[in-house]
Design a protein around this ligand. Structure first.
Ligand SMILES: [Zn+2]
Length: 299
């Protein structure tokens, strides 16, 4: 009883009418073991994010990125959707959620069974050639990197559980990167939007259209630090569309919110789904959600 109940009542009241568009961020995936570098544990980050300019312009930095990412990838590739992701799927299955925009590159919404997810910043489990544009799976690249670096694992001892790997300079120097297998020479890059890079315009337009048609914009687990996501909150507010923000800790969108909820999403969202989606006919929730889940290991 008390404030928590009142908050869930208010949240349920806004969501029960449907037309919800979800905007999710790293905070939704922390309970899957993927760190939120801007959240409460953000101080744990040991490396500054790779920028597009550094990645493409500095061969040594690129080699370091791939060496760390090669280790970090497998550490968290096993991450699975949590109760928060599954609750979003329940809300979608109940017809209450019209669209999902995520800032996460981990693929966990889709792995939880949600459909039509717009992945604003791309997916880490896909790789693109910057020369010929050919796309391949990260799994395939992982296989090629293992072949090119048969002794690398043995040489590298300590790996952070979150994949934010520390490597000595000599370990990085010994790591062999690979080029595009399709054109033979192209530079490969994870198909995610790096810092210093812009989200493709057609993807942004699609998100603005979704937000413009929403009855409610529900922000889940984003501190809205970067304009890439915050602009959708600003748009909704400008259009008079209620914004609800559920996040642990304050966000840069709180001033625009009709309601803010500070609670662990893995508990809050199932409680919300129980309240508003219970009557809707849904299949087994989360069962068989097996697609590879990934993480922004070295971003
Ligand atoms: Zn290529």
């Amino acid at each position: 009883m008390g404030r928590v109940t009142e908050t869930i009542d208010a949240l349920a009241g806004l969501v029960a009418g449907g037309g919800v568009v979800v905007l999710s961020g790293a905070g939704l995936s922390t309970e899957s073991g993927i760190p939120d570098y801007r959240g409460p544990s953000g101080a744990a980050r040991r490396h500054s994010p790779m920028t597009y300019q550094t990645f493409t312009g500095d061969p040594l930095a690129r080699r370091r990125y791939w060496a760390r990412s090669h280790l970090g990838w497998r550490m968290i590739a096993r991450a699975a959707p949590n109760d928060g992701h599954r609750a979003v799927t329940r809300l979608q299955d109940a017809g209450l959620v019209d669209g999902i925009i995520t800032q996460n590159v981990d693929g966990l919404h889709t792995a939880a069974g949600s459909g039509g997810v717009v992945e604003l910043h791309g997916r880490l489990d896909e790789v693109v050639c910057l020369d010929c544009g050919n796309r391949t799976s990260r799994e395939e690249l992982d296989r090629r990197l293992r072949e090119a670096n048969p002794d690398f694992d043995a040489a590298v001892g300590a790996v952070n559980p979150d994949g934010d790997v520390d490597l000595a300079d000599e370990q990085v120097a010994g790591f062999r990167t690979v080029d595009c297998a399709f054109c033979g020479t192209g530079m490969l890059k994870p198909d995610v939007v790096f810092f210093g890079e812009t989200v493709p315009a057609d993807r942004v337009s699609r998100c603005f259209a979704m937000v413009g048609a929403a009855r409610v914009l529900l922000v889940l687990g984003s501190s809205l630090t970067v304009m890439s996501g915050r602009r959708f909150v600003l748009r909704a507010a400008k259009l008079g569309i209620p914004v609800v923000i559920a996040n642990q800790g304050p966000t840069r969108g709180d001033g625009y919110a009709a309601l803010t909820v500070d609670a662990p999403l893995g508990r809050l969202l199932p409680a919300l789904a129980d309240r508003v989606a219970a009557a809707a006919p849904t299949g087994p929730v989360g069962a068989g959600a097996v697609p590879a889940a990934v993480t922004p290991a070295a971003l």
